[in-house]
Design a protein around this ligand. Sequence first.
Ligand code: SF4
Ligand code: MG
Length: 332
Amino acid sequence: SEKILEVNDLRKYFNMGRNTSLKAVNDVTFHVNKGETFGLVGESGCGKSTIGRTIMGLYEKTAGDVIFNGENVHDMDGKDRFKFYRKMQMIFQDPYASLNPRSTVKEVISEPMEVHGLYKNKKEQLDRVYQLLEEVGLNRDHANRYPHEFSGGQRQRIGIARALALDPDFIIADEPISALDVSVQAQVVNLLKELQEEKGLTFLFIAHDLSMVKQISDRIGVMYLGNMVELTSSASLYEKPLHPYTQALLSAIPIPDPDIEDNRERIILEGELPSPINPPSGCVFRTRCPMAMEVCATKKPKWLEQEKDHYVACHLYDDTLNDRERESVSNK
Ligand code: SF4
Ligand code: MG
């Protein structure tokens, strides 16, 4: 399959003054295939939104590269960057906050078309707005109303219509359903799936909830404290999670089928998420890892392809360690 996006050793640190920095994203590497949904999952504060914004070029990178369709996003000049935004768009968690409350739905959706000068003819532009409203399950009667007149799910549909206005290839969806009622979440997910099929869209789907990401993603990257700790297909992640953090996240998801006896052991993570300003040495997960060993405090785990297309950053899978390094430690 053809790669549409490559993220290579991407690093994003925010300068906090006094020689401190917030290490939001630490040398993260992954790619997204054309037409797939790549899920990026992790607790809030793990850096997943920062990755999305850095891919878009909304944040300057600290190091590494973002390659979209063979072009380095952060090397683009203003003109190329502007053209690039036609191909990559973003939808956000809170559709209300991302929509101007004083603009009608019609204005909200046509704004990007105007900025990019897509239509010379107002009538054509309006027809396109109507068409987009229908594509997202709304209708033309909604065009002259204001965002506050709509429910959360409808507002997210407006946000999606706006993101589609420039006919992009790639959409970064940053927690697009997290703020919605459970009953509405599935509808929005289904809409995104339908649109993906119709238009051949590629999605980077960011979420904190693994059960949500599972339904929609082809492949999944698990983030913890600015680091990617595991990466594989949705199926192998659920069948055979390798990283202790992924195992803990999965153990917290109830089995949906009531006929299947749930006799799995819950893995409860002790302790709090450390600060990305002062992350633990060695493996960033070690302060909460039930499997932590001596080596975990001193060496950063390598990014290992443990099975085909199944990557993990954890010393448990590193065959080159000696016995002393393998001694377990208590982190209580
Ligand atoms: Fe746990 Fe060590 Fe693996 Fe980190 S490297 S996840 S601390 S066992
Ligand atoms: Mg976020």
